[in-house]
Design a protein around this ligand. Structure first.
Ligand code: TPP
Ligand code: SF4
Ligand code: MG
Length: 292
């Protein structure tokens, strides 16, 4: 939407109202009392209400992926695979071609889609129950085959959708509905560090772990998603972006408490940052051509 499409009015209290406020916009007033658009929700994200709980990371990660798709100009060439879990309706929100997969099978579906249409940008979007429990075999074998896709892994340490059961990534001591006294490794094992695990596979090309609990982390997470989509042009293997999400509802915290919990507790088990980065020589075609 251009600024011309917006009807701007200043209320008596000096605040701006947007009459045709179709997108989330941020406007700045300049010296001539004119307004310029400085932020707008991506058009690749459909303008409908999301079903997520307030403060949930899923909505923000959806937006980051769609911003990356829009900025790279690949909306018509991108196919997303939606999971089973709280993000089951991702296809309602992302204005790209999408396919739903059965619980845990997203990377198997993505494999088929990418092999049939290798010129498309293909990604999966999966929670920790989906990717690391029921789908762990598909995850490992897909990455071991080096399928040329991006996997976005939302690790909120619980089965959010089904009311907070223990996930493979639940922290030691974490209370969930199926570990009411806290996760005891002697009974339930240890949290699986999926990113570290799959970074050992030769088929993984780029593995990076982020969170979206504050502005700086959001920017880093988006950069990683942009990198992963760009690397798909190289056909050198699987890019895996883990996002430490939150689940305020099942963690029984406010959104702010949940975001603080990530910094204070979650990152001790799941440290943030790049885990596997491409070698410089692998990136040369990208640097030379820009686009393939
Ligand atoms: C084959 C199958 N088994 C189990 C379920 C029930 N189920 C739905 S969502 C879910 C867990 C989702 O957790 P996660 O992937 O972590 O996503 P979140 O909701 O936390 O984002 C389960 C077990 C199902 N739908 N299908
Ligand atoms: S249950 Fe948890 S993961 Fe699901 S939408 Fe609510 S906060 Fe998000
Ligand atoms: Mg989960």
């Amino acid at each position: 939407m251009s600024t011309e499409d917006l009807t701007l009015e200043k209320n008596t209290d000096g605040k701006i109202s947007l009459e045709n406020d179709l997108h989330i916009c941020a406007l700045a007033e300049n010296h001539d009392n004119e307004y310029s658009l400085i932020y707008e929700k991506p058009h690749t994200l459909l303008d409908i209400d999301m079903h997520y709980c307030p403060g949930c990371a899923h909505s923000l990660v959806h937006k980051l992926i769609m911003e990356a798709v829009e900025e790279l100009g690949i909306q018509e060439k991108t196919i997303g695979i939606a999971p089973v879990g709280c993000a089951v309706f991702a296809y309602h929100y992302m204005n790209i071609d999408m396919q739903e997969a059965a619980h845990g099978r997203a990377t198997a579906v993505a494999t088929g889609v990418k092999r049939l249409m290798p010129d498309k940008y293909v990604f999966t979007y999966q929670g920790d129950g989906d990717l690391a429990a029921i789908g762990i075999a598909e995850t490992i074998h897909t990455i071991n085959r080096g399928e040329n896709i991006m996997i976005v892994f939302i690790n909120n340490a619980v089965y959010g959708m089904t009311s907070g059961q223990m996930a493979p990534t639940s922290l030691v001591g974490m209370k969930t509905t199926t570990s009411p006294f806290g996760r005891d490794p002697a009974v339930y094992g240890y949290p699986i560090k999926v990113s570290e695990l799959i970074s050992q596979l030769p088929g993984s090309f780029y593995v990076s772990r982020h969170t979206v609990n504050k502005n700086t982390s959001v920017r880093k997470a988006k950069k990683a998603i942009v990198n992963a989509l760009n690397y798909q042009k190289l056909n050198k293997g699987t890019c895996f972006i883990e996002i430490i999400g939150n689940c305020p509802s099942n963690w029984k915290m406010t959104p702010i408490e949940a975001n603080n919990f990530i910094d204070e507790v979650m990152v001790k088990t799941f440290p943030l940052g790049d885990i596997k980065v491409p070698k410089a020589e692998d990136l040369i075609p990208l640097n030379q051509n820009g686009d393939k």
